[in-house]
Design a protein around this ligand. Structure first.
Ligand code: DAH
Length: 352
């Protein structure tokens, strides 16, 4: 190669570099073009420096190095310009952001049917001067049974198939232990409701779940009678169903009340005609209740000669089923919304 040829090669290389720079639109593209050009023809020219006349070798080497530096500088400048443009683009993008625009639409969910009914009852009772309390889901035998007048070996224990824990405690089978805890905590007079999750070792079917919700109520004061109990229960059902509900009162046995009642309502799933949910009877047991047994008052540290009271243990899950037309209790522990027959009613009940 002679100097003239080298000169041609170098200016061609410079032109190639300029072309590559004009085409590259990212920093990465620039880098790879730079590699291609400096490592390609320029490196080859340096390697072949021996093919020049000994006299011309010095000038050739200088020319190659000069061209290499020029090309490097061209690329460095181009990189800087591109980075600057990127930054400006970002800035322009954020200048276009309008914080006053409404956000993209999101689908709003709704509350669980049990939560809706629970909140409704809580609102009613708060307005009547009741406190809303809770209690542990893991209970002791004392609170779940003994203090509720259900001693060991009592047949009533059999009707509440229990999940026993290895430490001798249990998963509460009802919310009634909250009665004892409230008596011990507050002393008389007492007005509390206690909604909560309960557990029973049940065979599952359309009306039995191993996990369900109850809402316990307790009112203790001087001169409380069955008339108070019935008035409150009617108020409760009217609030939930927004109409007078057909009910019937039967004597019912619960060791912690005397007298005890079963308050049934006409099945809202079949309108009393008989279906799987009401076991073909047309009635659903929904509100067992009664006058607090003197033994229970004593366990709670209250003198039964001075105070009386009533208690109820509302089947919250069952009530939600009646209100929203859910025919199978298992649907309520699943994520399947298709089982909620009166979904339009549910939508109307949505609480923001
Ligand atoms: N704890 C009872 C159960 O789960 C229901 C119950 C009945 C609660 C009568 C009460 C009551 O407070 O007075 O079967």
């Amino acid at each position: 190669m002679d100097l003239q040829e080298l000169d041609n090669l170098l200016s061609e290389t410079r032109e190639n570099a300029e072309k590559a720079i004009a085409e590259a639109d990212t920093v990465d593209a620039l880098r790879s073009a730079e590699g291609r050009i400096t490592k390609g023809p320029l490196a080859d020219a340096l390697k072949n420096i021996k093919s020049f006349d000994a006299k011309e070798r010095g000038a050739a080497g200088q020319a190659i190095n000069k061209a290499k530096n020029e090309v490097k500088q061209l690329f460095a400048k181009a990189q800087e310009t591109l980075k600057q443009a990127d930054l400006e683009g970002e800035r322009r993008k954020s200048a276009n952001f309008d914080p006053t625009l409404p956000p993209p639409l999101t689908r709003r969910g709704s509350l669980h049917p049990v939560t809706i009914v629970q909140r409704e009852i809580e609102r009613l009772f708060r307005g009547l001067g009741f406190a809303v309390v809770g209690g542990p889901e893991m209970e002791t035998e004392f609170y779940n049974f003994e203090a509720l007048n259900i001693p060991a070996m009592h047949p009533a224990r059999d009707s509440q198939d229990t999940f026993w824990l290895t430490n001798g405690w249990l998963l509460r089978t009802h919310t009634s232990p909250c009665q004892i805890r409230a008596m011990q905590r507050f002393g008389p007079p007492i007005r509390v409701i206690a909604p909560g999750r309960c557990f029973r070792y049940e065979a599952l079917d359309a009306s039995h779940e191993n996990t369900f919700f109850q809402l316990e109520g307790l009112l203790i004061d001087k001169d409380i009678s069955i008339a108070h109990l019935i008035a409150y229960m009617k108020l409760l059902l009217r609030q939930v169903f927004r109409r007078d509900v057909k009910v019937r009162l039967r004597p019912g046995f619960f060791p912690f009340v005397e007298p005890g009642f079963e308050l049934d309502m006409s099945c809202a799933i079949c309108d009393g005609a008989g279906c799987a949910t009401c076991k073909r009877s047309g009635w659903v047991e929904i509100l067992p209740c009664g006058m607090v047994h003197p033994n229970v008052l004593r366990y709670g540290g209250i003198d039964p000669h001075e105070y009386t009271g009533f208690a109820f243990g509302l089947g919250l899950t069952r009530l939600a089923m009646m209100k929203f037309g859910v025919a199978d209790i298992r649907i309520l522990n699943s994520g399947d919304l298709r089982g909620i027959v009166h979904a339009d009613r549910l939508r109307g009940e949505r609480i923001a």
